[in-house]
Design a binder for this molecule. Structure first.
Ligand code: ADP
Ligand code: MG
Length: 458
């Protein structure tokens, strides 16, 4: 039995059997370092990267502590968005598969409140929700939190960035004081320290791999005199380094829009991601960026957090992050496994004080450089084009149907077909621009699964 095997923990037979059937062979690092404390009932602050298995780290403990015979809410998980709440609820249900009658309820905004009230009346053990809607239920008196034993703040930094601080306070005030509070966050800025001080007792701080190995990321800092030099500087860096996929971080939404307009005017294929975009728009931006039909993704930290984009050729900090931890988090998105990444930072003279803080934080000295030379004639431009089909999983479409139509029906070469993304009611296929026209014709004129669908180029 290895130290990181789940069976080294005091877990029920049913839980161990289920973990085994889920093929969770070993604990991830954050699980190994946090689960023993969490199971002992201690408060923790855990800081770890996306995809490190944080949900199971608290989920296993929530389920193990549950008294299934008592139909009151015993645990509450707060998440920043509906999408994340759904993901957490899904993982909890997987973890609860072999335990009978566990009721897990999601309470998020964007859907009517009536059915949620009905579900609450029938009883729920664990509630997962977004702060705004949870507060609505508290105010209506439809959700009682006096019986909860465990409160989880998942992606707490993001909840604060999204302006949920007051709602979180309202929730805290409604919760049983004798509870365990678990706080998960990708970064650990001051406002998280303050929230922790208000709601936790002697929290243990657990940090896993947030500071990236500096050797693996080549960082450059370019000094600019004025802030109006930043847009041309981004263009110069794109021309010089030629990254196939890069993310450009700005500190404001307005900054993102301005850069987007500038790069588009210069002929660069760029898209911006906003925190307040509709789900469908967001999906499309991420699809086009991840399938390589768009070169530059422009985003604020809020918009980019919680999304799985890594292994990029370059991260460009158009504005330096206000916080050193955020800086490190941003640049962690460059570099594929085993390969070194590239972080390009623009520093306007009046921001030089941020450099001193970064030097302290990273424990290394920073050289300010002059911009390299870049020929605007050689800007990165994507080879792929995204085609959008107005049918998806709910229409029983599968990636194989699309590949079949393109290769068998239209006789197009398989190697020219890129990533396929399937959603409930939409599918996206990336194709090499050389076959885009023929592929679009096939998808619009031909059939998939014996049916006609509409298709268009994005
Ligand atoms: P985070 O919240 O840290 O971003 P998640 O909790 O969403 O990450 O987990 C990422 C993925 O890893 C999920 O698909 C989850 O099912 C899987 N996972 C979690 N723990 C384990 C484990 N011990 N072994 C194998 N897979 C795991
Ligand atoms: Mg998570």
């Amino acid at each position: 039995m290895s130290a990181s095997s789940f069976s080294s923990l005091p877990l029920s037979e049913a839980m161990l059997a289920n973990l085994d059937s889920l093929d969770y062979k070993e604990m991830t690092q954050i699980q190994a370092e946090s689960l023993p404390q969490i199971l002992r009932g201690e408060d923790i602050i855990a800081q770890a990267k996306t995809g490190s298995g944080k949900t199971a780290a608290f989920g296993i403990a929530l389920l193990e502590k549950l008294n299934v015979r008592f139909f009151g809410v015993q645990a509450l998980v707060l998440c920043p968005t509906r999408e994340l709440a759904d993901q957490v609820a899904k993982e909890l249900r997987r973890l609860a598969r072999l335990t009978h009658n566990v009721k897990i309820l999601t309470l998020c905004g964007g859907v009517s409140i009536g059915p949620q009230i009905g579900s609450l009346e029938r009883g729920a053990h664990i509630v997962v929700g977004t702060p705004g809607r949870i507060v609505d239920h508290i105010r209506k008196g439809t959700l009682q939190l006096g019986t909860i034993n465990q409160l989880v703040l998942d992606e707490a930094d993001r909840m604060l960035d999204m302006g949920f601080a007051d709602d979180i306070d309202t929730v805290l005030a409604a919760c049983n004081e004798n509870r365990q509070t678990l706080l998960f966050s990708a970064t650990y800025p001051d406002n998280i320290k303050k929230i922790s001080a208000r709601c936790q007792k002697n929290p243990q701080m657990i940090e896993v791999e947030t500071i990236h190995d500096q050797q693996q990321i080549e960082q450059h800092f370019y000094e600019l005199r004025e802030s109006d030099e930043t847009h041309p500087a981004v263009l110069t860096l794109l021309a010089h380094f030629h990254p196939v996929s890069s993310i450009a971080f700005c500190n404001t939404k307005q900054g993102c829009d301005d850069l987007l307009n500038y790069l588009r005017d210069e002929g660069v294929s760029a898209l911006a991601l906003h925190g307040d975009m509709e789900q469908k728009e967001r999906d499309q931006v991420l699809v086009r960026f991840s399938n390589k039909s768009c070169s530059v993704l422009i985003a604020t930290d809020v918009a980019a957090r919680g999304i799985d984009i890594k292994g990029l050729d370059a991260v460009i900090n158009v504005d330096l992050a206000r916080d050193s931890e955020v800086h490190v988090h941003r640049i962690g998105r460059t570099g594929r496994a085993g390969e070194s990444g590239l972080a390009l930072n623009l520093v306007v003279q009046k921001e030089v004080h941020k450099i001193n803080r970064l030097e302290d934080y990273m424990g290394q000295s920073i050289n300010l450089e002059a911009l390299p030379h870049g020929d605007k004639k050689s800007l990165p431009s994507p080879n792929m084009v995204t085609l959008n089909i107005d049918g998806g999983k709910k229409d029983k479409l599968r990636p194989g149907d699309i590949i079949g139509a393109l290769t068998k029906d239209a006789g197009l070469p398989f190697e020219k077909i890129g990533k396929i993304d399937m959603f409930d009611f939409a599918a996206y296929v990336a194709v090499d621009s050389s076959i885009a026209r023929a592929a679009l014709k096939q998808l619009s004129d031909g059939k998939l699964k014996g049916r006609k669908f509409r298709a268009r180029k994005l």
